[in-house]
Design a protein around this ligand. Sequence first.
Ligand code: FAD
Ligand code: DLZ
Ligand code: SF4
Length: 510
Amino acid sequence: MRHLRYILGDQLSRDISSLRGLDPDTDVVLMAEVAEEAGYVRHHQQKIAFLFSAMRHFAEDLARRGVRVEYTKLDDPGNAGSFTGELERALRRHAIDHVVVTEPGEWRVLEAMRGWQERFDIPVHIRSDDRFFCSHDEFRAWAGDKRGFRMEFFYRAMRRKTGLLMEGGDPVGGQWNFDKDNRKSLPATLAPPPRLRFEPDAVTAEVLDLVRHRFGTNFGDLAPFGWATTRPEALLAFDHFILDCLPHFGDYQDAMRTDDGFLFHSLVSPYLNAGLLGPNEVCQRAQDAYEAGIAPLNAVEGFIRQILGWREYVRGVYWLKMPDYAATNALNAHRKLPALYWTGETDMNCLRQAVGDTRRQAYAHHIQRLMITGNFALLAGIEPAEVEEWYLAVYADAYEWVELPNVHGMVLFADGGLMGSKPYAAGGAYINRMTDYCGACTYDPAVRSGPTACPFTTLYWAFLIDNADKLSGNRRLAMPYRAIEKLGPEHRAALQAEARRFLDALPTDY
Ligand code: FAD
Ligand code: DLZ
Ligand code: SF4
């Protein structure tokens, strides 16, 4: 029996299910750089470079271990340009009895894969991706017929299942969640450590040339490129996080600072999502760091919650709710994405910083994504599909299974509250508390109308007024709605008009 084992760009794990049972004497592994994947959104240049370099290194590693790998580079003559086309070419080259793949991370790719068996008249085995803590069936059983699913309860179930940070049936430290300890603002005197970055080797240098040549007009700086592109490098980067950053990760998880886009975050999402690191090993290592006294419990619990809780939960929501999930638009938001998301050209310093970090690094940390670029998109009423396309393009870790629930559900509330009990809307006061951005801004976060008014503050109040029919009954928003009630109709209408004027003046062409 000859098996063709097809490995996608985010399946770079030696223990990926599609490789199980591989017979090196007969089987062929196929990997392909294809224009369709490189172009379904205009990915950040570093995202393409990271993935192609990691794919090439992974292929080399398999070949060194005696596996027959057929690797198509983007510029190879005859490259068919799609997963399906490359499979067709490979099936013409080899006498294959079975195709084996691991289920993809994205719905649109699964749809294509489901057509392969009939199209090529060959058995195609789509194996489940068991690199996650929670299977689709397990998530479906947990979700049951709940109307809204809260991450916190899912996370507790995952803690119990894995035993991570558990003492018998109880959470270590007597609490499931140390979130309230994880919202400190960053003291000006505390300097986060310089981050471990990697010099491009010959493989990466060749990919960088390719990306410069083929995708040089895509969003984002290509250089300096410092991402790990192999598993050993990713492990080194993670060691550095555990020793130098994890101890402060919890305290300053929600902080933001000018000219430091990384702070104490782990930067492991590109590696986890592409398969260079596994979620279980990173959680275990964080737990070991707690037990060895390297990092405090609020930091370790906070880190594990992101991976064991949020990451698994958003994947569960995605596969449970797709494809209908992407089509909802509960707040009826239809504005076009302002050009500033691509250009960074705005007087709003917080947005300039977040977009600038994104352009330079193909990375912004969670709170920048949620409370700066995300919050603005929510308050401005931008069409969900436009916001989603931006997030899918600009981050090195972006794949639809993780991007979509975060943007559609958590940020935009477009699912009407399936994921969150209220929108994460905030005005300038929150941003001022958590960042040093406002001090260097043209606007004043405490002012809500007039020429110096912080647009976030104006937009926040106008958003609540505009959406009162959908949100005023939400108990968690009772306080701001009481304040709105006190403003009186004229003041409310003036705020709405000011917000509209501001938004209408934002350029959308770039
Ligand atoms: P850390 O802060 O060090 O956290 C550790 C790990 O926890 C991350 O690597 C990630 O794997 C996981 N994690 C944390 N928060 C989340 C979350 N909300 N959902 C899923 N996993 C989480 N993450 C992606 O991997 N890809 C995306 O495309 C993506 N898009 C996002 C879009 C928006 C609008 C928001 C608000 C969040 C998004 N996230 C996404 C989640 C999160 O912002 C990133 O995982 C995180 O910033 C990556 O940086 P880090 O590795 O330094 O994370
Ligand atoms: C993101 C991406 C890009 C840019 N290019 C490729 C590629 O050329 N070949 C490939 O196998 N995978 C690529 N990927 C990752 C895929 O988009 C990803 O594997 C699927 O969308 C499933 O999640
Ligand atoms: Fe952003 Fe407003 Fe602060 Fe300026 S004042 S940085 S616009 S929150």
